[in-house]
Design a protein around this ligand. Structure first.
Ligand SMILES: Nc1ncnc2c1ncn2[C@@H]1O[C@H](COP(=O)(O)OP(=O)(O)O)[C@@H](O)[C@H]1O
Ligand SMILES: [Mg+2]
Length: 306
């Protein structure tokens, strides 16, 4: 018998996805009578209830801020419990798209060119458009530095730029990236090894929230990805390198754009989704790792981290 304390839900904009992930994982683990499972929100009672429950493992199924950025990991560390996925440092680094991009670039991993934009400074609209035209070229992608699930990611041209930008002003600082046309390929790493890759072909303008989670958006999932052996080796090794550079644990999913024979790493996710439409379980399944095997691997890898 193993006692598993699942943390899910939370306060980020990806709350619903986390609950969905927890639902899939819980129903899979319940098929087997060998687990005693408690699911809890990371709320005011969670530490007290976790102490009372005395789990063998804490299964962190949170996404986004407070769950994927080192915050909950620091609490679990302080509680001296074994927990799944990445530790404090890796989670914080991976969640911050600006810092992780700097690490990628310093280590020869391509990522789209970008500028950091601060809403605190006064903007001269004309100068900004000219600067973007010169440094990145339109269209550009605007995105929060530490968000997920494509929440508040927008592709803009020079005409609708300020209108879209307005949606992000509460973040204070954001990234403006060069838009990379081409294909969308994601790579999963499991237990420090390449698990595999998948291509996404959204029917929408890009792989946005709807394309990710609404089955009616009918995003096509293509596995195996139709690329050459050399291309497969390049993209999967870039994902493994990013996983190791950030000292991630157990499982990560790296999101790439593929254009003109070059892969651009957008980000690495330390808490990849495990819903029925999620990609890591699909890549695992393609490699004969069932959903249950995958969850059990994640549980077995749980440790005390630094
Ligand atoms: N520079 C870019 N060029 C083209 N598409 C992009 C770019 N940045 C983001 N996207 C699109 O937006 C999606 C979400 O962006 P991403 O950086 O992975 O943030 P999130 O953490 O929200 O998943 C990507 O999967 C891709 O479809
Ligand atoms: Mg992404």
């Amino acid at each position: 018998m193993k006692k598993i304390f699942i943390i899910a839900g939370g306060y980020s904009k990806e709350r619903e996805i986390s609950l969905d992930t927890a639902k899939s994982v819980f129903s899979e683990l319940c098929k087997d009578k060998k687990y005693i499972i408690k699911i809890h929100e990371p709320d005011g009672n969670f530490i007290k209830n976790m102490r009372n429950f005395k789990p063998d493992v804490v299964l962190n199924l949170l996404h986004g801020r407070y769950g994927e950025d080192g915050y909950i990991q620091a609490i679990l560390e302080t509680e001296k419990v074994k927990y799944t996925h990445s530790g404090v440092l890796s989670s914080s680094l991976a969640m911050d798209k600006e810092i992780s991009k700097k690490i990628f670039l310093q280590n020869g991993i391509s990522t789209p060119n970008y500028l950091k934009f601060s809403f605190k400074k006064k903007i001269n609209k004309k100068n900004l458009i000219n600067k973007l035209r010169k440094k990145l070229g339109f269209p550009v992608v605007i995105k929060p530095i530490n968000e997920g699930s494509s929440v508040n990611v927008f592709i803009c041209n020079s005409i609708n730029f300020f209108k879209k930008l307005n949606n992000l002003k509460d973040y204070g600082e954001i990234l403006i990236e060069k838009y990379i046309p081409g294909r969308e390929i994601q790579v999963a790493v499991l237990s420090n090894k390449i698990l595999g890759a998948i291509e996404l072909r959204p029917r929408r303008k890009f792989y946005d929230y709807q394309a990710k989670y609404n089955p009616r958006a009918k995003t096509e999932h293509i596995i195996p990805v139709n690329i050459t052996k050399d291309q497969y080796s390049r993209v999967t090794n870039a994902a493994l390198k990013a996983h190791k550079l950030l000292k991630c644990s157990t499982v990560t999913r790296s999101d790439f754009r593929f254009y003109k024979n070059k892969f651009y790493l957008l980000e690495i996710n330390t808490q990849p989704g495990m819903t029925s439409l999620s990609l890591v379980p699909e890549i695992a399944k393609f490699n004969n790792i069932t959903f249950k095997n995958l969850i059990e691997k994640i549980l077995r890898d749980a440790s005390f981290k630094k």
